[in-house]
Design a protein around this ligand. Sequence first.
Ligand code: GUN
Length: 291
Amino acid sequence: MTILDGKKVSNDIKDEIAAEVAAMRERGEKVPHLAAVIVGEDGASLTYVGSKVRACKRIGFESTLKQLPESTTEEELLELVGQLNADPEIDGYIVQLPLPRHIDEQKILMAVDPDKDVDGFHPTNFGKMALELETFISATPFGIIELLKRYEVETSGKHTVVIGRSHIVGRPISILMSQKGAAGNSTVTLAHSRTQNLEELCRQADIIVSALGVPNFVKADMVKDGAVIIDVGITRVPDASRERGYYICGDVDFEGVKDKASFITPVPGGVGPMTIAMLLKNTLLARQRKA
Ligand code: GUN
């Protein structure tokens, strides 16, 4: 069994980007500048955005954090999005999800300039991804593809079962893995809450990508011997005995499944760190496209 070490691979990618940025600086060029917008006080979102901004600093990007109160109106957020679209200093930006319930998420994402949409959430970019055109691919699915590529995991002709049809993970990874090319050419089944016989379906899978957000959902008896297991779940499970008051749990019962798997991502340290690395990669691309 091989652990797909997202922490190591993401550090490799960050080193590669840092070298590129150092060369840009040396040539007197502008370095990439990422902005992140966060609305409200959601603990997990604050952690993610903090990690993104810290990663920017580490690799030599400029970064800007726009932190807005929970009470921010949709109009105010649209105003900020307009400013970021117009700001020539900002190469790319993200609006951290989820947004407070009184704000229409889709309306905000539609307002982001597709050329600055390093999350790849705008319909133009999602559409280009689906059509295999040059675009920003969303960080989490992009990270999964990159991890599979770097470990040379065979996906061609394999049956992949994706669990979860979210717009930011399940749906795009199901499209990407069915496309041609490395980490593609897979026969993909996209399973979701209405899927019948999910356990049986999983037992038929050569590759399982679980993006459900239910701790320990995928158990050993749902996994075929030699399967590849990609765990996208990051759930905070309350636990008073821990210093932070919670621990991070994936969708996969790692201890039970690991001995049956050929490749498996740990949580934490699997897909999560890859997401940040690929966001940085998209921001570098945004800068290079402008140059
Ligand atoms: N919330 C969970 N994942 C993501 C992500 O990749 N980007 C943004 N903007 N919000 C998220």
